[in-house]
Design a binder for this molecule. Sequence first.
Ligand code: GLC
Ligand code: CA
Length: 556
Amino acid sequence: MQQQWWHGKTAYQIYPKSFYDSNGDGIGDIKGIIAKLPYLHALGIEILWISPIYKSPFVDNGYDIADYQAIDPTFGTMEDFDELLARAKELGIAIIMDLVVNHCSSEHEWFKRACANPHGEEASYFYFREGVDGHAPNNLRANFGGSVWDKVPGQDNLYYCHFFAKEQPDLNWFNPKLRQKIYQMINWWLDKGVAGFRIDAIMSIGKDPTFPNYTPDALGDGMCACGAMNAQCNDVATRFLQEMQATVFRPRRAFTVGEVFSLQEDNLADFIGDEGNFSTIFDFGPRQCVCNHCAYYAYDKLTIAQYRAALFKSQRQAAHCGFIAPVIENHDEPRGVSCYLPPMWHNAAGAKALGTIIMLLRGIPFIYQGQELGMLNVQFNSIDEFNDLQSVEEYRRCLQHGLSKTEALAVLNAQARDHARTPMPWTGGAQAGFTLGQPWMRLQQDYPQVNVAAQDKDPNSVLQHYRRLVALKKEPSLQQLLTYGSCEEVDTPYEAVICYRRTLDSQILYVAANFGEWDATLHLPGARTMSLSTGKVQLQGDKLHLDPGSSAVIVG
Ligand code: GLC
Ligand code: CA
């Protein structure tokens, strides 16, 4: 494997609307991020992914972009952004932006011009298709519900395609002119000093331009989730992604992390190898075990054994071709501690132990804002408290499926994207110190206890543990091992214990956590010194005793 500047680094994701509000309008902004750079620096992170801050009507909270080269005034100005880049650089933090190019916003100039002239240049940037027998061109269902087709305004039988909301028209990657425009835009950001991109929903560009009908799926509306087309067109996407890599990213040594679901075991190297489509991709293995159905209501609750199996499956697949990016959660998911751990560990002990496991896996870990505090899911009391358009659609699907309103609320309380989008709790005071005004979204209920100020003072807090984990990865004696060393699951007789070893040449390091109700004793050949632990643990010779809810890192 070729060595790259991002190897061994820890990344952090900011959801800007909810990070820190500098001007009291209740919405996080760029100046707010600048103000908190010292916090991020103290955490030790070296790559910062900022979810979209471009000009947007915010139908999908910024993932609907009206101008790729402008900052939305809600977040500040381009000068603010330049300052952020410069200040971050001083602290050794590389900034990566969100590249949302499967679709743009219906407010983008391209789409407006396309609608005004459906046979002009810009129309060819989109998928405009005639309807068939008075119906949409095919039966694909959009990710946020309804058909992927809507009529081009003012047209009787002409439709445009959108795999997400109707305000997010899909871009036609088959058009080389459009691809050139996208590459120019990317280069413009790289010229500014951005270090790379997180690439949004990108497998959706893999399309069959004939748009055939698909066998209806389990939702029972005669439609089929649009992902079915993407799953069959991976090679189309790869063709475009390879061109983009070769044209813009590889020559600039830019770091890219792809949002890719449904990995094929046999072609992971095409995605994360030296010549792959991306530098790395997120590991959504565990998430997909929970939510791989046509609707939230069909979600599966995982046991620790199932969670562990998903984690190590991804590790095994990546072992020989490149790095994946381990995550516990992101802005599209419920909080990982609530989602993956049994209820008895929905607390600081559970959050610390889960952090120990995920942060030291092989790969480029991403911490999602609030994860380092051990934030849990929100207890939403009514559908009105949700903001996300997908929550509204999933609630509708629940009711349609025959669930009561109470049951539907319970489903959202387990799965909604809103859980991760509440304001970051900086203090236990008014509005959690996030804003001097009214926050755009409600706060998570635990903020009086779970907040940065409180955890900063407490040597045993989740935050301090995350700081130690990130620091451990940088320790000169461990850096090579934790970056390039292999990662193998260690089998134990315990259902709820997760244990693995990292090895490089003669070096060895064990990581273990006990999410069960009972003590566990593990035999770890070659184990010598405890370098980090949470909860009650004891090392006697090469035997490690783990109390319930504890975790340990041991070097040999
Ligand atoms: C990605 C984003 C998500 C967004 C979607 C459409 O999945 O992470 O937030 O809604 O793409 O852009
Ligand atoms: Ca603001």
